[in-house]
Design a binder for this molecule. Structure first.
Ligand SMILES: [Zn+2]
Length: 254
């Protein structure tokens, strides 16, 4: 037998080989679609972790689904007569600025179909509070602390059951708030009042929570008092990023 004749018997194998190649191509395409190019940049491990973390909400397409999703917004110092937060020389209080931003953010989220609770600083509903996300809105000092005292900061609730979800909420708020408002992240002014925020101890540990200080009342006064809608939109964009499981750079620091 001509040894070459063996080659004819391989014809069916060529078909199978093509089949395998197509399968591999489909698999590779799926991997590239599933995994973001960000995987190849920045903090690889953290990104993998975030992508592999079960997310609270995967289907937010239906109105009924959105209505079933509860979001809590704490308006910092609201209804706390003993502590209005920072107070400016013109009489503007942090509590009033927070309330404007928080109530606008609540309205925007409600307009999207979500169920929203606008909560007071020491709201009785915070005890055992359960929601897909809870965000407390505060602002920093109205005293001139120099040219660097501008910007925002975000801190997660350390007691959250799922640290990855808490990190995702912080990453979403940090990224979207910075991009929306143009303010810089100001990590140097994160205080124990933020990391040991009282509401974090009261809520259900299954609730993913964070506190955001949306700016400094002195240096960012114009933005905070004349554009509260933009400030609120920044917070809302961060919350929507979290709920919709949008892609986010975990290391983003504007
Ligand atoms: Zn405050």
């Amino acid at each position: 037998m001509n040894p070459d004749s063996d080659s004819f018997s391989t014809t069916p194998s060529v078909g199978r080989l093509i089949q395998h190649l197509v399968s591999v191509a489909v698999l590779l395409a799926t991997i590239f679609i599933t995994f973001s190019p960000r995987l190849f940049l920045g903090d690889f491990g953290a990104t993998i972790l975030a992508l592999l973390t079960p997310q609270p909400v995967s289907d937010v397409s239906g109105a009924a689904t959105r209505q079933a999703i509860r979001i809590g917004i704490v308006s910092g110092h609201w209804s706390n007569s003993e502590d209005q937060g920072a107070v400016c020389e013109d009489g503007t209080t942090e509590a009033a600025v927070n309330y404007k931003i928080a109530s606008l953010a609540a309205q925007m989220l409600e307009a999207q179909g979500y169920t929203v609770d606008l909560l007071q600083e020491f709201d009785s509903r915070l005890q055992g509070y359960r929601a897909a996300a809870l965000v407390s809105i505060h602002n920093d000092s109205c005293v001139d602390q120099g040219p660097d005292a501008s910007g925002y900061k975000v801190v997660a609730a350390l007691g959250t059951h799922d640290r990855n979800l808490a990190n995702r909420l912080v990453a979403c708020l940090t990224d979207r708030y910075g991009r929306t408002t143009g303010l810089k992240f100001h990590p140097g002014s994160i205080t124990r009042d933020m990391t040991e925020y009282h509401a974090f101890d009261e809520i259900d540990p299954a609730t993913t929570a964070a506190i955001i200080e949306t700016g400094f009342l002195y240096r960012d006064y114009q933005l905070l008092t004349t554009q509260p809608g933009l400030v609120a939109q920044g917070v809302v964009n961060g919350i929507l990023c979290f709920l919709r499981n949008e892609n986010v750079d975990l290391n983003f620091r504007p």
